[in-house]
Design a binder for this molecule. Structure first.
Ligand SMILES: C[S@@+](CC[C@H](N)C(=O)[O-])C[C@H]1O[C@@H](n2cnc3c(N)ncnc32)[C@H](O)[C@@H]1O
Length: 539
C-alpha cells in the first residue's frame, strides 16, 4: 500500500474525518471516514503559494485576495509599481514571503501579463514556501499541517512523461530562468526537480475564485489537490481570501469518495472529456460520463456544439436571440399555470409542440414543483434522497426530448431548441441584457429558462445553482413590483407572490450549503425576504 508512507498527511486528514486510500485508476482518493452532512466543511487549507491573475491585480489585495473597498483602498508597491496591497500588514507578509525577491524598480506591468510569468512567480513562491516549511518543521516537529502539506505536494502526480513537448519546452525555459536567481540558487535545487514542480502545477493547481465565482488568481493547494474529479461532484472548492474551503454540497456516506469538478461541468460530454484528457491525462468514468441512460440522457439533451451548429443554420445566433425574445415577450404565465395547475403530475402528457414558455412550465413540474404547487414544502426536492432527486431529473430529460419542437423554418430561421448548451448561452446573454435594462418580467422568465438548464448541469446545492436561485428570486420580486405599478390582475399577482416566496426559500436552502449563512449573498436574500414579508403584511 502506498498510503502508509504519508504519515503526517494521513494524520492530518484523519483529524478531519478523512482518509487517503489507494485507487487502481486514480492513484489515490479521499474518502469520508464517517457520514457527513451537505453544507459541512470537509477541510480548509492554506496555499503553498498563490498568484493573482494579471487582469485583477489592481482590484484585489495581492496578499489576502480581498477586494478593495472604499474603506480599504489598495496601495501600490512604490518600488515595482505592479503589486497592490490592502494594508501595511499584508504588504509586510507578502514582502517576507516572496515579494522581496521579485520586486524590481519600475517593473513594466505588461511583462507580467502572460502565463509564463504566472508560472514563474508560482514556481518561485512554491520553492520558497517549501524551504521555509522545512525550516519551520525542524523547529516545530509537531506541526502536522506543515508536514502534511509537504508530503502532499511531494507526492502529487506530475504526469511528466505525458506532457506535450511544447509544454515541456516552455517549462524548461521557466525552470532555467528561476534556478539562476541567487535566492533560489542558494537552496541547491536542481532544474529537473523544478520541471516536475511545473508539471505538477498543470495537473493540480486551482483557479482561485471570488464570491461571484469569477477567477481572480491561481493557487497551489496540495491538500485540495488530493481530491479526484467528477462531472457530478459532491463537494466544491470555495475561497475565503486565499484560504481554500472544501465544502460538501450533498450528504456523503461513510466510506464514500469526496470529489470536486476540475472543469466547468456546463460543457458537453465530449468537450469535458477532451479537457480532462488534455490537462489531467485521464478518461473520465464518473456517473455523468459513464451512463447512456440517466445522465446520458441529460448530456444528450444539452447536445454537442458541432451538432447544434447544424440545427441553428440560417441566421445563426441573431435568429436565436430574436426568436427567443419573441417567445419571452409573448409568455403568458396565467395561461401556462392553468395548463400545469398546482398539484399537476409531472408524468401527465402535455400534448404540445414545445416552445420555450411551455417547456419551462412543463420542466417546472419536475424541477421546482413547489413553485406551482402550494401544498408542497418549498425545499422538499432539495431534501429528497439523492437517487430520488436524480431520477426526477432523468424523467424530466426523457420527457423533454420526447415532444416535437416548434419549427420556425417558415419564418426564415431554424429550430429553436428550448434545451441545449447553445440556448443556455443565448438565454444567459439575454438575461444580462434584460436585467441591465430593468425589464424584470422578461428577466424572470429568462432566469427560469436558465434555471431549467442549470438544474440538469449542476448538482443540487452547487454554488452556481445557489447564486442563480438568488437571481431568480430577485428578478421575480422586481417583476412583481413592476407589474403591480403597471396594474396587475389579482390572479397573476398571486402567482408571482407564491413564486417569490418559494424562490427565496430555495435560494436560502442552497446558499446555506455552500457560501454559508453569512456574507454578502446571505445578507441579500435575508433582506429580500424581509422586504417581501413586510409587503405581504401591508397588503
Ligand atoms: C489533482 S490530482 C488528484 C489526486 C490524485 N489522484 C493523487 O492521488 O494524487 C489529479 C490527477 O488524479 C487523477 N484523477 C483525478 N480524478 C480522476 C478520475 N475521476 N479518474 C481517473 N483519474 C483521476 C488523474 O491522474 C489526475 O491528473
Amino acid at each position: 500500500m502506498h498510503t502508509v508512507q504519508w504519515q503526517a498527511l494521513q494524520a492530518h486528514l484523519r483529524a478531519h474525518h478523512l482518509e487517503l486510500a489507494d485507487d487502481p485508476k486514480k492513484y489515490r482518493k479521499v474518502l469520508a471516514l464517517n457520514a457527513m452532512k451537505r453544507g459541512s466543511v470537509a477541510i480548509e487549507s492554506h496555499a503553498l503559494a498563490f498568484v493573482p491573475l494579471p487582469s485583477v491585480r489592481a482590484e484585489i489585495c495581492n496578499y489576502c485576495f480581498k477586494r478593495a473597498t472604499r474603506a480599504t483602498p489598495l496601495q501600490r508597491c512604490s518600488r515595482c509599481q505592479s503589486a497592490y496591497y490592502c494594508s501595511k500588514h499584508c504588504f509586510q507578509k507578502a514582502w517576507f514571503a516572496a515579494h522581496q525577491y521579485v520586486c524590481k524598480a519600475n517593473q513594466p506591468s505588461a511583462t507580467q501579463e502572460d502565463q509564463d510569468k504566472m508560472d514563474e512567480l508560482m514556481l518561485e513562491r512554491v520553492i520558497l514556501s517549501i524551504a521555509r516549511a522545512k525550516n519551520d518543521i525542524t523547529h516545530n516537529a509537531a506541526d502536522l499541517a506543515l508536514g502534511a502539506h509537504l508530503e502532499a505536494f511531494s507526492s502529487l502526480l506530475a504526469h511528466e512523461t505525458k506532457q506535450p513537448q511544447d509544454q515541456l519546452d516552455r517549462f524548461k525555459h521557466i525552470a532555467t530562468a528561476v534556478i539562476q536567481k541567487p535566492h533560489i540558487k542558494s537552496l541547491g535545487i536542481d532544474a529537473a526537480a523544478l520541471l516536475i514542480y511545473l508539471c505538477r502545477f498543470r495537473s493540480n493547481n486551482f483557479g482561485i475564485i471570488d464570491n461571484q465565482l469569477f477567477p481572480i488568481g491561481e493557487g497551489t493547494y496540495p491538500i485540495g489537490s488530493l481530491f479526484n474529479h467528477s462531472c457530478r461532484p459532491n463537494a466544491v472548492a470555495l475561497y475565503n481570501g486565499t484560504s481554500q474551503i472544501i465544502r460538501l454540497i450533498d450528504d456523503v456516506e461513510e466510506g464514500e469518495e469526496i470529489t470536486l469538478a476540475y472543469i466547468d461541468v456546463a460543457n458537453s460530454r465530449k468537450t469535458r472529456q477532451q479537457m480532462l484528457r488534455d490537462k489531467y491525462f485521464f478518461e473520465c468514468e464518473c456517473t455523468r460520463c459513464s451512463s447512456d441512460h440517466g445522465f446520458g440522457l441529460v448530456d444528450q439533451l444539452l447536445g454537442e456544439p458541432s451538432e447544434e451548429e447544424d440545427v441553428y443554420v440560417e441566421g445563426g445566433e441573431t435568429f436565436l436571440k430574436k426568436t427567443l425574445m419573441e417567445q419571452v415577450e409573448s409568455w403568458n404565465v396565467l395561461e401556462l399555470t392553468k395548463r400545469y395547475p398546482p398539484g399537476s403530475d409531472a408524468t401527465v402528457s402535455p400534448g404540445f409542440i414545445m416552445d420555450i414558455p411551455r417547456y419551462v412550465h412543463f420542466m417546472g413540474t419536475f424541477m421546482f414543483p413547489s413553485v406551482a404547487n402550494r401544498s408542497l414544502r418549498a425545499d422538499g426536492l432539495l431534501e429528497a434522497p439523492k437517487e430520488v432527486y436524480e431520477q426526477l431529473l432523468f424523467n424530466a430529460a426523457a420527457a423533454a426530448t420526447s415532444y416535437p419542437l416548434l419549427d420556425e423554418t417558415e419564418h426564415g430561421g431554424g429550430v429553436l431548441k428550448p434545451y441545449s448548451l447553445k440556448t443556455l448561452t443565448v438565454a444567459t446573454r439575454l438575461l444580462n441584457e434584460q436585467m441591465a435594462k430593468n425589464r424584470w418580467p422578461q428577466s424572470s422568465r429568462l432566469a427560469m429558462l436558465v434555471l431549467t438548464h442549470y438544474m440538469f448541469i449542476y448538482p443540487r446545492n452547487h454554488p452556481m445553482l445557489a447564486l442563480h436561485f438568488l437571481t431568480v428570486a430577485k428578478a421575480a420580486w422586481n417583476a412583481l413590483v413592476q407589474l403591480e405599478v403597471a396594474g396587475i390582475n389579482r390572479k397573476l399577482e398571486k402567482e408571482y407572490e407564491r413564486g417569490v416566496s418559494r424562490w427565496i426559500h430555495l435560494a436560502k436552502s442552497t446558499l446555506s450549503c455552500n457560501f454559508g449563512e453569512q456574507g454578502e449573498h446571505w445578507r441579500e436574500i435575508v433582506e429580500l425576504e424581509w422586504i417581501f414579508n413586510r409587503d405581504q403584511k401591508l397588503k
